[in-house]
Design a protein around this ligand. Sequence first.
Ligand SMILES: [Zn+2]
Length: 384
Amino acid sequence: MKNLLFLLESGSLLPYNSSKLLHSKVLFMVLIITILIGCTPSAPTPETGPTQTAVIAGETATEVPAAIAAQVKSTIVPFRFVVPTPGAEPVTGWRPPLYPVPWAVSAYDHFYFARPIGADNVNWPLAEYRYGGVFFANVVHTGVDIDANEGTEILAAGPGTVISADWGLYTEVPGNTSDPYGQAVVIHHDFGYKGQALYTVYAHMSEIIAVVGQHVETGDVLGLVGDTGATTGPHLHFEVRLGDKTFYRTYNPELWMAPPQGWGVLVGRITDDKGDLLRQYPVDVRPMPSGVPLRKVLTYAMGAANGDPYYQENLVLSDLPEGLYKINFDYKEKKQQFWVNIYPGQITYFTFTDKDGFQIALPPVPTLDFLPRTATPTRTPKPK
Ligand SMILES: [Zn+2]
């Protein structure tokens, strides 16, 4: 039982996947999947609205019912690999230089990180394996994957202290060579966000160069791209964790990595007639007139994917050149469409609800729970 709790709190696996990859260590992953299926409901699920931001700061305990523990011991479910819908995002060979970090145009933006792969390589997330996707069984992807050749240098996304550099990140068993993260490094950053600690995770390294306790600056080499852990092909799995370094506190790295200059990010919150987030909903994003190919994106799946404390989104599409885009998807057998502008270095935020359809709006201001824990001057009431 103790071990199980350990597993649950240490994070799930990043189901690695890529069209050219198949998983190894299937048994181990099946165990993890089983755990996740059993325990997902007790995980923090900030998906019911902005008031849920308290979850980020909260001390949500993860209880494991005895029945689930027993199930984990005795059940081996058939392994099922679901091939993801092929993404339509093309790989172009060039993007402008990134905005300097930290980059934040609005008060709650937080493009605090540089990209963990240098600009002389592909350094943007694989379209098919975005944050919040489900690529097999019920395991939600808790990071982004950046395609890179074995041996490519992996760079610190921001300054901080290396707090883990070994096999065994997931299982918390140092040196465990069957850990799904493979050889991985975790940085505890020098800065946080709204009073909460920030961490980044770099997984599947062929070689770790950083050492625990080392202070690194943005761009310092942490290790080399590899295919250790639950993958059979080289790539970097990159995560951002906020408030706590566990798996349940991951957030979409596409909201944390600075965009290329002149490019922006589309963020959306799409809900149904009950106000619930639409899950794994296919959405097309088409540039107008055209110059950039059609992008297809799925909204987050149910499970370990968290909406941003501020945006509470279930869709993010980064690296969009500025310009006009048409968003469309089918809802209740009707084609829904809407046009949005993407601005350089900014987030364009939209919502879709059953009642109001599409709206462009600023997200609601975070609740008090999410504000920094510092004394804020308040207006002194005027004596009457
Ligand atoms: Zn991954």
